[in-house]
Design a protein around this ligand. Structure first.
Ligand SMILES: Cc1ncc(COP(=O)(O)O)c(C=O)c1O
Length: 417
């Protein structure tokens, strides 16, 4: 008799799911309540919060809140009914695509309902089984899942290692010559865990030697990097070398959805062939109108980005001055690298949240090697220099305790009693 699928799932609940009973509601699925910002309520108490990708502070900006409320009153959330191709197209959708194309300096843009799905589905749409994908080893899950859909060959290069990228491009070129296929290179503008920028400019340079197209996932770069906030390509002065540019609405834009920008004919190809957009309902107009307002504010007001970077510089230089290892971030993402076991990391986070009222995300094994703990801080334009100062003081205290072995215990903080 075949096994029962439910029994199989329950026998092995997965690397994170196996800890659900002890961690749910605290370390996983925590509920942050109140207005989105640096001070939010967690389990009934106010915490200084560094865990949201609300980079520019737009989530709770009065003009944004008003635009969202007005759009909801005008359109509701049902419109449009249907996929863009069939019955769900609208003027605001086309207007947003036009304005985004201007913003990121590409000919055309297609809106997508989720950033994750935009990457996955565009990869699926662009390559066929004769083509070869070359991608960075530390790519986000959505890239990995897009690559998993690919029926042809793929070569992975060591994270941000241009020499290895070149080596993989040599292999890919040889293979593509045999299959008659083409090569797609995929990397990220900013790697969301470590905060290091992808070496986009150097990869673009490799086009002089190899024939390939470049897809860049700039989820963390859009709005935060570049003179106008147009992202990592603008920051590194190589936007023209990015053939397919992806940005999410889930971070700087503080909404949901994503977009892909490229040459007009390529975007037209995506419009007529990208399965997840052809066979799924379009983004609600209310969200699209809210996005137009956010984009207008981003383009009109450099203050949001300037303030974000003021806070980022203060946080990163303050942490380094206090002796913390923040790795090689050159974006707003601020990881603090510590050494400790999983019980130590949970006890430390518990202490930080309960006794110092600081809330940040923690990354441990299996996402990073065993023994490593990353406390991940996301500065925003709505944090203050006092928030920065207070956090560094708290971090110094908890790391003193970590080094003194005070969090060492077989007993993981019991948060669900
Ligand atoms: C690098 C990267 N790509 C894609 C995504 C997915 O974007 P979305 O949240 O818009 O689906 C994320 C979100 O975490 C991300 O960090």
């Amino acid at each position: 008799m075949p096994a029962d699928i439910f029994e199989k799932l329950l026998a092995n609940r997965g690397p994170l799911g196996q800890h659900a009973k002890e961690s749910h509601g605290y370390f996983t699925f925590p509920k942050l309540e109140g207005d989105i910002g640096p001070h939010m309520i967690f389990r009934g108490k106010k915490k200084l919060n560094w865990s949201l990708n609300n980079y520019l502070g737009l989530a709770n900006h009065p003009e944004v809140r008003k635009a969202d409320a007005d759009a909801a009153a005008d359109y509701g959330f049902a419109m449009p009914m249907g996929a863009r191709m069939m019955s769900g197209n609208s003027n605001p959708h086309e207007q947003l695509e036009k304005e985004l194309s201007e913003f990121v300096n590409k000919e055309d843009t297609i809106l997508c309902n989720f950033g994750y799905q935009a990457i996955l589905s565009s990869i699926d749409c662009i390559v066929d089984r004769h083509d070869v994908i070359v991608y960075d080893a530390e790519s986000h899950a959505c890239i990995l899942d897009g690559v998993r859909l690919h029926m042809g060959k793929r070569y992975v290069f060591k994270h941000n290692d241009i020499e290895d990228c070149e080596k993989q491009l040599e292999r890919a070129t040889k293979l593509a010559n045999e299959t008659g296929g083409a090569i797609l290179v995929i990397t990220e503008g900013v790697f969301g865990m470590r905060g290091d920028q992808g070496k986009i400019k150097e990869i673009v340079e490799l086009k002089k030697k190899f024939n390939f197209r470049l897809l860049v996932d700039d989820a963390h770069g859009i709005g935060t990097l570049g003179k106008t906030g147009a992202g990592t390509g603008e920051e590194q002065n190589c936007q023209d070398g990015i053939d397919i540019y992806f940005g999410t609405f889930a971070k700087s834009f503080a909404l949901i959805g994503g977009f892909i920008s490229s040459d007009a004919q390529v975007v037209e190809y995506l419009r007529y062939n990208m399965r997840s957009q052809i066979f799924a309902k379009a983004l609600p107009i209310t969200l699209v109108v809210g996005l137009l307002k956010r984009l207008e504010l981003m383009r009109r007001t450099p203050d949001f980005k300037n303030k974000l970077w003021e806070i980022t510089h203060a946080l990163q230089s303050g942490l380094m001055d206090a002796g913390f290892n923040i790795g090689d971030t050159n974006s707003c993402v601020t990881p603090v690298y510590l050494n400790g076991s999983i019980p130590e990391s949970t006890n430390l986070i518990y202490d930080l949240r309960e006794n110092y009222n600081v809330f940040c995300s923690m990354v441990v094994y299996p996402v990073v090697p065993k023994g490593m703990i990353i406390l991940r801080l996301i500065p925003t334009a709505v944090h203050t220099l006092e928030d920065v100062q207070y956090t560094i003081e708290c971090f110094s205290k908890i790391v003193g305790k970590l080094k003194a072995g005070e969090y060492m215990s077989d007993h993981i903080a019991e948060v669900n009693q």
